[in-house]
Design a binder for this molecule. Structure first.
Ligand code: PLP
Length: 410
């Protein structure tokens, strides 16, 4: 069976793990916001790397080191093209979004923030985009300002505009919420910040698996995402930064491969990206990321988005019928992530019992405690879908959820 022109059943065959059985039942994997499954092409590329190309990069003059360096740098080109950055030097490989944000907060923040300055984030940030800014603000005597969200889980744009001032030195904000799925009007936010000449970092961790990202069009100053959420391995991620900003920033970590000259008196550094890639990086991870990007490009982000919107509508409609169920986060524009609570049933109990039905969902605060506080809950169940999920899985999930709730309440 096909879902329109989008043959999800053919695509599912690309993902070996989706054939897994849990307690004898077919796995329904609805925790894609935490991490995605990997297509065979990515897994095989990593195996090929270790079987035929493994050597350290940039330093060897021999054939294998060349192969390895070219594959690693080739992935940088792929990332550059994929997010439409002007230059390959603007792409820095990091461990993930968390490291990317820490890099900017430490390097840019430590150089540019001073007492009394303000950094603007939002109430819906992942902890990864709160804590690094909190720490650097504390160190510098700067203040963290927070754009509130409304009851539906959308940013209150008037408040965003009100909070921008000459005191604001940096805006760091997410594109898409990991816990409730809200898609923010990111381009408008960037344009407004730029009217005050404020640089903007976009946390695109949850946008990258679902939406096309064009840093040229967005005109963001920095952008981060994690490879493991876009069907690539764990341990690799991307920090995009405008070249002029990157080259003005001091190193974040230091050591081999990021220096020009070292003496005991003085060290000189390479320019970006190498200045920010100290030591041996995750070579296989970067190569796997390039392969994942190629894989997604063969499907096409617009097709993925169109299909995922159908999944979102279907799951919203299916679970809305359940007695006592409250959807947390009802923004107009969402990715297929749905958070909910059920009266009289603790999210942890739902998550544990539905696992016995073969369904993997996330329960807890999803690393967004301030957002959940604002929305009046301490924990939710979260089903987060990817393009390889099906309408049939949603139907099974809704039936399983009904069974689980009945069990808890009886
Ligand atoms: N930002 C958002 C919006 C996220 O969803 C996540 C992870 O869930 C992160 C940042 C941190 O990503 P990582 O743990 O891969 O560094």
């Amino acid at each position: 069976m096909q879902n329109g022109s989008f043959d999800v059943f053919a695509l599912r065959k690309d993902f070996p793990l989706l054939l897994t059985k849990v307690y004898g039942k077919p796995l329904v994997y609805f925790d894609n916001a935490a991490t995605s499954q990997k297509p065979r092409t990515v897994i095989e590329r990593i195996v090929r790397y270790y079987e035929h190309e493994n050597a350290n990069i940039h330093r060897g003059v021999y054939h294998l080191s060349d192969l390895s360096s070219n594959a690693y740098e080739g992935s940088r080109d792929m990332v550059q093209k994929n997010i439409n950055a002007s230059k390959r030097e603007e792409i820095i490989f990091v461990r993930g979004a968390t490291e990317g944000i820490n890099l900017v907060a430490s390097s840019w923040g430590r150089t540019n923030l001073k007492a009394g300055d303000e950094v603007l984030i939002s109430q819906m940030e992942h902890h990864a985009n709160i804590v690094p800014w909190q720490l650097i603000c504390q160190e510098k005597g700067a203040f963290l300002k927070v754009v509130p969200v409304d009851d539906s889980g959308e940013l209150i744009l008037e408040e965003f505009h009100k909070l921008l001032s000459e005191k604001t030195k940096f805006v760091s904000i997410l594109y898409v919420s990991n816990s409730i799925g809200t898609i923010n009007p990111i381009k408008t936010l960037i344009e407004s910040a730029h009217q005050f000449n404020i640089p903007v970092l976009v946390d695109a961790c949850q946008a990258a698996p679902h939406l096309s990202i064009d840093v040229h069009d967005l005109d963001c100053d920095f952008l981060v995402y994690s490879g493991h959420k876009i069907f690539a391995p764990t341990g690799i991620g991307v920090l995009y930064g405008k070249e002029i900003l990157l080259n003005a920033m001091p190193p974040y970590q230091s050591g081999g491969d990021m220096i020009n000259t070292v003496s005991f008196e003085k060290t000189t550094f390479k320019q970006a990206p190498h200045k920010f890639e100290a030591g041996t990086p995750d070579i296989a991870g970067a190569i796997g990321l390039g392969t994942a990007i190629e894989y997604i490009n063969t499907i096409g982000k617009s097709k993925i988005h169109e299909y995922e919107q159908k999944l979102l509508n279907h799951i919203t409609q299916k679970i809305s019928d359940i007695d006592g169920l409250r959807i947390i986060g009802t923004a107009k524009n969402k990715i297929p992530v749905i958070s909910f609570t059920v009266e009289g049933a603790h999210p942890m109990d739902i998550g544990t019992l539905i696992d016995f039905e073969g369904v993997a969902i996330r329960t807890g605060n999803h690393c967004t405690q301030p957002l959940l506080d604002r929305l009046g809950v301490t924990a939710t169940c979260r089903a987060s879908l990817a393009f390889y999920n099906t309408m049939e899985e949603i139907d099974f999930f809704a039936d399983a959820l009904n069974r689980v709730i009945k069990k808890i309440k009886n």
